[in-house]
Design a protein around this ligand. Structure first.
Ligand code: ZN
Ligand code: ZN
Length: 255
């Protein structure tokens, strides 16, 4: 599968877009910056969206995506753990902050632009030729890691999280695992803030990655906060015994 970074920043400043990743042109993982990066034509190809969690920096362009695609008469399936979808419905698509695009039809839009589909934790769900398994991780709100699998390999995309265990015990058994996307939001000197907000620093990213016990697997680092970016990168470069790659907007990998 092709994995393309639309945005991978833990904050938004010019040139650094919020979390959003495209798998094979039609599956999104998170939607922090989708409509700021993809052309309208590319937006119309999206069929499915996996949402790690309902924080705005991961979902805000679901609003503009739904708005842009209304009237083209397609439906995008939005997948997430039940708590994540309930949060989106209650706090975002609630007809106050934004219209409830899971209900609106009209003109040539015969079915709503968005439909919500709950994922059962730790169970494989087939989604348009891929297999997706959601596993809960540790964050201020329900947050998710996704195993995205095709015949050739598995990508593990870990959403915002503090230290966690279950995902690694499952990942250790996945022989086809090719890469892990993992966050590092704060520098080591702000470890207490990272712990409180349930994020990782280079130090805790390293201890998480070591739980995988497979040092040859690349760790693709994401969600660096722009105000600490240089400091975090300096600390990541000092890590030993891991294959760390800092993701950049526009990166594209075959998994
Ligand atoms: Zn978050
Ligand atoms: Zn975030």
């Amino acid at each position: 599968m092709q994995f393309r970074v639309l945005g991978c920043s833990g904050g938004q400043v010019p040139g650094q877009q919020l979390s959003s990743y495209l798998v094979n042109e039609d599956l999104l993982i998170d939607a922090g910056s989708t409509t700021a990066v993809l052309s309208l034509k590319a937006q119309t190809r999206i069929r499915n969206v996996l949402i790690t969690h309902a924080h705005l920096d991961h979902v805000m362009s679901l609003a503009t995506l739904a708005d842009n695609l209304f009237g083209i008469d397609g439906t995008i399936r939005v997948w997430g753990l039940p708590d994540v979808l309930a949060g989106l419905h209650a706090s975002f698509f609630n007809d106050t902050l934004w219209p409830d695009f899971t209900r609106i039809t009209g003109g040539n839009q015969s079915s709503p632009v968005l439909s919500f589909h709950p994922l059962t934790p730790e169970r494989e769900t087939p989604i348009d030729g891929l297999s997706v398994t959601a596993v809960r991780v540790n964050h201020a709100v329900t947050s998710t890691a996704f195993f995205v699998e095709n015949a050739k390999g598995i990508l593990l995309h870990v959403g915002d999280t503090g230290p966690t265990d279950k995902i690694w015990s499952i990942a250790r058994r996945k022989k086809k695992l090719r890469a892990v996307v993992l966050e590092s939001s704060f520098p080591n000197r702000l470890q207490s803030i990272a712990d409180l907000s349930q994020h990782l620093t280079p130090r805790t990213l390293a201890s998480e990655a070591q739980k995988l016990r497979r040092p040859s697997i690349p760790i693709l680092v994401t969600h660096l906060k722009p105000q600490f970016r240089n400091e975090i990168i300096t600390e990541l470069k000092k890590l030993k015994g891991l294959r760390v790659k800092i993701l950049r907007q526009g990166d594209s990998f075959k998994v």
